[in-house]
Design a protein around this ligand. Sequence first.
Ligand SMILES: Nc1ncnc2c1ncn2[C@@H]1O[C@H](COP(=O)(O)OP(=O)(O)O)[C@@H](O)[C@H]1O
Ligand SMILES: [Mg+2]
Length: 258
Amino acid sequence: MSILRVNKISKVYGKQPVLDRISFSIESGEFVGIMGPSGSGKTTLLRSLGTLDRPTYGEVWIKDESTFELQQENLSVFRRKKLGFVFQQFDLLDTLTVEENILLPLILNKNDIPSMKQRLQEVTTDLGIENLLKMRIDSLSGGQKQKAAIARAIIHRPDLLLADEPTGNLDSKASREIMEIFNSLHKQNKTTILLVTHDPVIASYCDRLLFLKDGQLYNEIYKGDDQKGFFQKILDMLALLGGDRRDFYTINFPKYDS
Ligand SMILES: Nc1ncnc2c1ncn2[C@@H]1O[C@H](COP(=O)(O)OP(=O)(O)O)[C@@H](O)[C@H]1O
Ligand SMILES: [Mg+2]
Protein backbone atom coordinates (compact mmCIF):
# COMPACT_ATOMS: atom_id res chain seq x y z
CA MET A 1 0.00 0.00 0.00
CA SER A 2 1.25 3.48 -0.83
CA ILE A 3 1.66 5.71 2.21
CA LEU A 4 2.67 8.73 0.14
CA ARG A 5 1.87 9.63 -3.45
CA VAL A 6 3.27 12.75 -5.01
CA ASN A 7 1.97 13.87 -8.41
CA LYS A 8 3.84 16.56 -10.32
CA ILE A 9 4.32 19.00 -7.50
CA SER A 10 6.00 22.30 -8.21
CA LYS A 11 6.81 25.15 -5.89
CA VAL A 12 7.45 28.61 -7.20
CA TYR A 13 8.69 31.53 -5.14
CA GLY A 14 8.03 34.70 -7.14
CA LYS A 15 9.17 33.61 -10.56
CA GLN A 16 11.78 31.20 -9.22
CA PRO A 17 10.83 27.50 -9.50
CA VAL A 18 12.25 25.67 -6.49
CA LEU A 19 10.49 22.34 -7.10
CA ASP A 20 9.75 21.32 -10.66
CA ARG A 21 7.09 18.67 -11.40
CA ILE A 22 8.21 16.05 -8.88
CA SER A 23 6.39 12.70 -8.81
CA PHE A 24 7.09 9.57 -6.78
CA SER A 25 5.47 7.36 -4.19
CA ILE A 26 6.49 5.59 -1.02
CA GLU A 27 5.14 2.20 0.01
CA SER A 28 4.30 1.21 3.56
CA GLY A 29 7.41 0.34 5.57
CA GLU A 30 9.93 1.88 3.16
CA PHE A 31 12.93 3.89 4.38
CA VAL A 32 13.58 6.48 1.68
CA GLY A 33 16.17 9.25 1.56
CA ILE A 34 16.22 12.48 -0.41
CA MET A 35 19.65 13.75 -1.38
CA GLY A 36 20.93 16.69 -3.35
CA PRO A 37 23.28 19.63 -3.07
CA SER A 38 22.54 22.55 -0.80
CA GLY A 39 19.74 24.66 -2.30
CA SER A 40 18.41 21.86 -4.52
CA GLY A 41 14.98 21.97 -2.83
CA LYS A 42 15.17 19.14 -0.27
CA THR A 43 13.69 21.08 2.63
CA THR A 44 11.04 22.68 0.43
CA LEU A 45 10.05 19.22 -0.84
CA LEU A 46 9.82 17.72 2.64
CA ARG A 47 7.79 20.66 3.94
CA SER A 48 5.46 20.44 0.94
CA LEU A 49 4.88 16.73 1.56
CA GLY A 50 4.35 17.37 5.27
CA THR A 51 1.73 20.09 4.64
CA LEU A 52 3.96 22.71 6.30
CA ASP A 53 4.21 24.36 2.87
CA ARG A 54 1.67 24.34 0.08
CA PRO A 55 2.93 23.30 -3.35
CA THR A 56 2.11 25.81 -6.10
CA TYR A 57 0.99 22.99 -8.43
CA GLY A 58 0.41 19.28 -8.12
CA GLU A 59 -1.03 16.99 -5.49
CA VAL A 60 0.10 14.99 -2.47
CA TRP A 61 -1.82 12.05 -1.02
CA ILE A 62 -1.03 10.58 2.35
CA LYS A 63 -2.71 7.21 2.73
CA ASP A 64 -5.17 8.13 -0.02
CA GLU A 65 -6.10 11.44 1.57
CA SER A 66 -5.42 14.42 -0.65
CA THR A 67 -3.67 17.04 1.45
CA PHE A 68 -4.64 19.65 -1.13
CA GLU A 69 -8.26 19.41 -0.09
CA LEU A 70 -7.60 19.87 3.61
CA GLN A 71 -8.54 23.30 4.86
CA GLN A 72 -6.13 25.34 6.94
CA GLU A 73 -7.83 24.58 10.26
CA ASN A 74 -7.79 20.82 9.58
CA LEU A 75 -4.16 20.74 8.57
CA SER A 76 -2.69 20.91 12.05
CA VAL A 77 -4.98 18.10 13.23
CA PHE A 78 -4.02 16.07 10.17
CA ARG A 79 -0.32 16.63 10.85
CA ARG A 80 -0.44 15.64 14.47
CA LYS A 81 -2.42 12.48 13.76
CA LYS A 82 -0.84 11.24 10.53
CA LEU A 83 2.67 12.67 10.47
CA GLY A 84 5.78 12.86 12.64
CA PHE A 85 8.51 15.45 12.13
CA VAL A 86 12.17 15.49 13.12
CA PHE A 87 14.20 18.60 12.32
CA GLN A 88 17.87 19.50 12.37
CA GLN A 89 17.22 22.11 15.10
CA PHE A 90 15.21 19.67 17.27
CA ASP A 91 12.34 22.19 17.63
CA LEU A 92 11.53 21.20 21.21
CA LEU A 93 9.79 23.60 23.58
CA ASP A 94 12.42 24.85 26.02
CA THR A 95 9.90 25.79 28.71
CA LEU A 96 8.62 22.21 28.99
CA THR A 97 10.27 19.07 30.35
CA VAL A 98 11.28 16.17 28.10
CA GLU A 99 8.17 14.26 29.18
CA GLU A 100 5.85 17.18 28.41
CA ASN A 101 7.46 17.67 25.01
CA ILE A 102 7.06 14.01 24.10
CA LEU A 103 3.45 13.84 25.29
CA LEU A 104 2.39 16.98 23.43
CA PRO A 105 0.87 15.29 20.36
CA LEU A 106 -1.19 12.94 22.58
CA ILE A 107 -2.33 15.77 24.85
CA LEU A 108 -3.42 17.84 21.83
CA ASN A 109 -5.19 14.78 20.42
CA LYS A 110 -6.99 14.41 23.79
CA ASN A 111 -5.88 10.83 24.41
CA ASP A 112 -6.77 9.38 27.81
CA ILE A 113 -4.15 9.49 30.52
CA PRO A 114 -3.53 5.73 31.02
CA SER A 115 -2.94 5.20 27.29
CA MET A 116 -0.65 8.24 27.20
CA LYS A 117 1.39 6.90 30.10
CA GLN A 118 1.69 3.48 28.55
CA ARG A 119 2.75 4.84 25.18
CA LEU A 120 5.25 7.22 26.84
CA GLN A 121 6.84 4.29 28.60
CA GLU A 122 7.01 2.24 25.39
CA VAL A 123 8.72 4.88 23.26
CA THR A 124 11.08 6.14 25.94
CA THR A 125 12.21 2.61 26.80
CA ASP A 126 12.73 1.86 23.12
CA LEU A 127 14.87 4.99 22.75
CA GLY A 128 16.64 4.56 26.11
CA ILE A 129 15.60 7.98 27.46
CA GLU A 130 13.40 7.04 30.48
CA ASN A 131 15.94 8.71 32.75
CA LEU A 132 15.59 12.06 30.95
CA LEU A 133 11.84 12.52 31.40
CA LYS A 134 11.92 15.12 34.17
CA MET A 135 14.79 17.08 32.69
CA ARG A 136 14.57 20.43 30.98
CA ILE A 137 15.47 20.71 27.33
CA ASP A 138 18.36 23.14 27.80
CA SER A 139 20.18 20.69 30.08
CA LEU A 140 20.33 17.99 27.36
CA SER A 141 23.08 17.20 24.85
CA GLY A 142 22.28 17.45 21.15
CA GLY A 143 21.90 13.69 20.82
CA GLN A 144 19.55 13.54 23.83
CA LYS A 145 17.48 16.39 22.39
CA GLN A 146 17.13 14.57 19.08
CA LYS A 147 16.08 11.37 20.87
CA ALA A 148 13.38 13.34 22.69
CA ALA A 149 12.31 14.87 19.37
CA ILE A 150 12.10 11.42 17.78
CA ALA A 151 10.02 10.15 20.71
CA ARG A 152 7.63 13.08 20.22
CA ALA A 153 7.51 12.37 16.48
CA ILE A 154 6.50 8.71 16.87
CA ILE A 155 4.44 8.63 20.06
CA HIS A 156 1.14 8.89 18.13
CA ARG A 157 2.23 6.18 15.65
CA PRO A 158 2.23 8.39 12.57
CA ASP A 159 1.70 6.92 9.09
CA LEU A 160 4.80 8.70 7.88
CA LEU A 161 7.89 9.96 9.71
CA LEU A 162 9.58 12.93 8.01
CA ALA A 163 13.10 13.97 8.98
CA ASP A 164 15.10 16.93 7.64
CA GLU A 165 18.87 16.59 8.23
CA PRO A 166 18.22 15.00 11.66
CA THR A 167 21.94 14.64 12.36
CA GLY A 168 22.93 18.03 10.97
CA ASN A 169 23.68 19.46 14.41
CA LEU A 170 25.25 16.36 15.95
CA ASP A 171 28.79 15.02 16.23
CA SER A 172 29.57 11.73 14.53
CA LYS A 173 28.95 9.53 17.58
CA ALA A 174 25.53 11.04 18.27
CA SER A 175 24.75 10.93 14.54
CA ARG A 176 25.41 7.20 14.49
CA GLU A 177 23.16 6.65 17.53
CA ILE A 178 20.35 8.61 15.92
CA MET A 179 20.70 6.68 12.66
CA GLU A 180 20.62 3.39 14.58
CA ILE A 181 17.30 4.56 16.05
CA PHE A 182 15.90 5.30 12.57
CA ASN A 183 17.21 1.92 11.46
CA SER A 184 15.46 0.14 14.29
CA LEU A 185 12.20 2.07 13.76
CA HIS A 186 12.39 0.89 10.16
CA LYS A 187 13.35 -2.73 10.85
CA GLN A 188 11.49 -3.46 14.10
CA ASN A 189 8.50 -1.13 14.01
CA LYS A 190 8.07 -1.06 10.21
CA THR A 191 7.77 2.71 10.38
CA THR A 192 7.61 4.42 6.98
CA ILE A 193 10.39 7.01 6.90
CA LEU A 194 11.35 9.80 4.53
CA LEU A 195 14.63 11.42 5.47
CA VAL A 196 16.50 14.34 3.90
CA THR A 197 20.26 14.42 4.07
CA HIS A 198 23.25 15.57 2.08
CA ASP A 199 25.55 13.14 3.90
CA PRO A 200 26.38 9.87 2.08
CA VAL A 201 27.01 7.97 5.33
CA ILE A 202 23.59 8.92 6.69
CA ALA A 203 21.99 8.20 3.30
CA SER A 204 23.45 4.69 3.23
CA TYR A 205 21.02 3.67 6.01
CA CYS A 206 18.11 4.15 3.59
CA ASP A 207 16.74 1.46 1.24
CA ARG A 208 16.11 3.85 -1.61
CA LEU A 209 17.44 7.29 -2.45
CA LEU A 210 15.92 10.03 -4.57
CA PHE A 211 18.31 12.63 -5.92
CA LEU A 212 17.26 16.22 -6.46
CA LYS A 213 19.01 18.65 -8.72
CA ASP A 214 17.78 22.20 -9.18
CA GLY A 215 14.34 21.21 -7.95
CA GLN A 216 13.94 18.26 -10.30
CA LEU A 217 14.01 14.58 -9.53
CA TYR A 218 17.28 13.57 -11.13
CA ASN A 219 17.54 9.87 -10.36
CA GLU A 220 16.85 7.18 -7.81
CA ILE A 221 18.87 4.22 -6.57
CA TYR A 222 18.06 1.16 -4.46
CA LYS A 223 20.23 -0.53 -1.85
CA GLY A 224 19.11 -4.08 -2.47
CA ASP A 225 21.46 -6.57 -0.77
CA ASP A 226 24.66 -4.79 -1.68
CA GLN A 227 25.45 -2.44 1.23
CA LYS A 228 28.99 -1.70 0.08
CA GLY A 229 28.07 -1.20 -3.56
CA PHE A 230 25.27 1.11 -2.44
CA PHE A 231 27.68 3.48 -0.71
CA GLN A 232 29.82 3.66 -3.84
CA LYS A 233 26.71 4.28 -5.95
CA ILE A 234 25.80 7.19 -3.66
CA LEU A 235 29.26 8.72 -4.07
CA ASP A 236 29.08 8.26 -7.84
CA MET A 237 25.67 9.87 -8.00
CA LEU A 238 26.82 12.84 -5.93
CA ALA A 239 29.81 13.26 -8.25
CA LEU A 240 27.43 13.19 -11.22
CA LEU A 241 25.21 15.77 -9.59
CA GLY A 242 28.14 18.12 -9.35
CA GLY A 243 27.96 21.15 -7.10
CA ASP A 244 30.52 21.64 -4.41
CA ARG A 245 31.58 18.16 -3.31
CA ARG A 246 32.97 19.43 -0.03
CA ASP A 247 29.45 20.44 0.85
CA PHE A 248 28.42 16.78 0.99
CA TYR A 249 31.02 15.90 3.58
CA THR A 250 30.80 18.77 6.06
CA ILE A 251 28.66 16.81 8.52
CA ASN A 252 31.23 14.10 9.03
CA PHE A 253 34.19 16.31 9.72
CA PRO A 254 35.13 16.08 13.39
CA LYS A 255 33.74 18.87 15.54
CA TYR A 256 36.36 20.79 17.51
CA ASP A 257 35.95 21.41 21.22
CA SER A 258 36.12 25.20 21.03
N1 LIG B 1 10.46 30.95 1.70
C1 LIG B 1 11.26 31.04 0.62
N2 LIG B 1 11.21 32.11 -0.19
C2 LIG B 1 12.00 32.21 -1.28
N3 LIG B 1 12.90 31.28 -1.65
C3 LIG B 1 13.02 30.18 -0.87
C4 LIG B 1 12.22 30.00 0.30
N4 LIG B 1 12.54 28.81 0.87
C5 LIG B 1 13.52 28.29 0.10
N5 LIG B 1 13.80 29.11 -0.95
C6 LIG B 1 14.80 28.84 -2.01
O1 LIG B 1 14.53 27.58 -2.54
C7 LIG B 1 15.73 26.90 -2.89
C8 LIG B 1 15.75 25.54 -2.24
O2 LIG B 1 15.84 25.70 -0.83
P1 LIG B 1 15.78 24.47 0.17
O3 LIG B 1 14.55 23.71 -0.09
O4 LIG B 1 15.97 25.00 1.54
O5 LIG B 1 17.04 23.61 -0.31
P2 LIG B 1 17.88 22.49 0.46
O6 LIG B 1 17.10 22.05 1.65
O7 LIG B 1 18.08 21.43 -0.56
O8 LIG B 1 19.18 23.12 0.83
C9 LIG B 1 16.88 27.80 -2.45
O9 LIG B 1 17.34 28.50 -3.58
C10 LIG B 1 16.21 28.73 -1.47
O10 LIG B 1 16.85 29.97 -1.46
MG1 LIG C 1 17.54 21.97 3.68
